[in-house]
Design a protein around this ligand. Structure first.
Ligand code: AHR
Length: 358
């Protein structure tokens, strides 16, 4: 009896001791969580090392612009030890991007960054992200959704403004060279249909053609790639014998169009009154694009800036400390040419300088 008595006392003491100890541990945990800080420097360094997981759904790798954009995104997040970037390449398919977003939701990432291939068709998957409580940041291109609370913020280009700048330059060029509006015969090699880059740039050209009285002969999709643009330009040259301006919706399409024009035995250049075909482009990203401007093979480029990595990093850092960044931020972009016909252009009552490459 006596032995059983002491064993019972011992068990009670062990249970009381362990209860007290676990209460102490949970109090320390609670304090650390609620205050979010500590006097101890080591605790601070633990917090600093905590990873913020960002899932980035890139739409593909179709152009030099896209490669520069991917590098910029990866470098910005790799340079900051607080972040881990999970990269998914959508290979130009919206279905792949939707799958990537669903994977990010399953992985419980902290933020989703989406560079959308097209504007339409994002409502359902972004509702799923919202239900999971994951903030969504749009980069580069816009989306068209009923409810704009499906994304937190956007950073990218004003594509219609880019188009307005390029067409304003063409108008100034025609005036300076005394070329009649009806003598400008344009074909548009469009980007991926339904992307905001294509929609904005195509809209700007249609408006300018209508307003100025230019002859817009045709619009054909070049998918933002050199290969497709070369193929469609070859077809356009067979179909029309009076093309004198090619409006390419990115650098790579311009490279393809130039090859097709030269292969057809025609000359690329700005002397359109003497039978040359003028090439216009967007982006201005690669060394080749700059070289072509210097050589006069691309008459003018409206810049599209791909270096969004630090911008997205800064948006997420703001969101992460509870800040509310601006909903929509557009990047400032220039216009480049080697043809010194005008120093500035006027678009919607705003003056933009032209950078003359020598
Ligand atoms: O959305 C930006 C556009 O997409 C760039 O102009 C083009 O090069 C890219 O593929």
């Amino acid at each position: 009896m006596k032995k059983h008595y002491w064993i019972t006392i011992l068990i009670i003491l062990v249970v009381i001791g362990s209860l007290g100890c676990s209460q102490m541990i949970s109090q320390q945990g609670l304090n650390a969580e609620t205050t979010g800080s500590s006097d101890n420097e080591d605790d601070n360094s633990d917090e600093y090392e905590q990873e913020i997981i960002v899932g980035f759904s890139q739409l593909g790798a179709e152009s030099d612009w896209r490669s520069a954009n991917t590098i910029s995104m990866k470098e910005a997040f790799e340079a900051d030890p607080r972040y881990k970037l999970i990269f998914e390449d959508g290979q130009q398919k919206q279905s792949n991007q939707i799958t990537a977003i669903r994977k990010f939701i399953q992985q419980e990432v902290d933020y989703i960054v989406l560079a959308p291939v097209t504007e339409e068709g994002w409502d359902t998957v972004l509702e799923e992200a919202k239900e999971a409580g994951i903030p969504v940041i749009l980069v580069d291109r816009m989306i068209s959704v009923e409810d704009d609370s499906l994304y937190n913020c956007y950073v990218g280009s004003d594509f219609e403004l880019e188009g307005k700048k390029l067409t304003a330059w063409l108008n100034e060029f025609a005036i300076a060279k005394k070329i009649e509006a009806e003598d400008i015969h344009i074909v548009n090699i469009q980007g991926s249909i339904g992307s905001s880059a294509q929609l904005g740039r195509t809209k700007a050209l249609r408006q300018a053609a209508r307003k100025n009285g230019w002859d817009l002969l045709d619009e054909v999709c070049g998918d933002f790639t050199e290969t497709k643009a070369r193929e469609v330009m070859a077809g356009l040259l067979k179909k029309y014998d009076n093309i004198n301006v090619v409006y390419c919706e990115n650098d790579n399409e311009a490279f393809g169009a130039i090859t097709a024009i030269e292969e057809a035995g025609k000359k690329v250049g700005s002397n359109i009154e003497r039978g040359e075909i003028m090439v216009l482009a967007f982006d201005g990203v690669s060394e080749d694009a700059v070289k072509y401007v210097e050589e006069g093979k691309i008459a003018c480029i409206a810049e599209c800036n791909p270096l969004h990595g630090p911008r997205v990093h800064s948006l997420i850092t703001t969101l992460n400390v509870g800040g509310s960044p601006q909903k929509i931020s557009y990047v400032n972009e220039g216009v480049f040419t080697a043809i010194p016909v005008v120093k500035s252009i006027l678009v919607d009552d705003v003056s933009y300088e032209i950078s003359i490459i020598e």
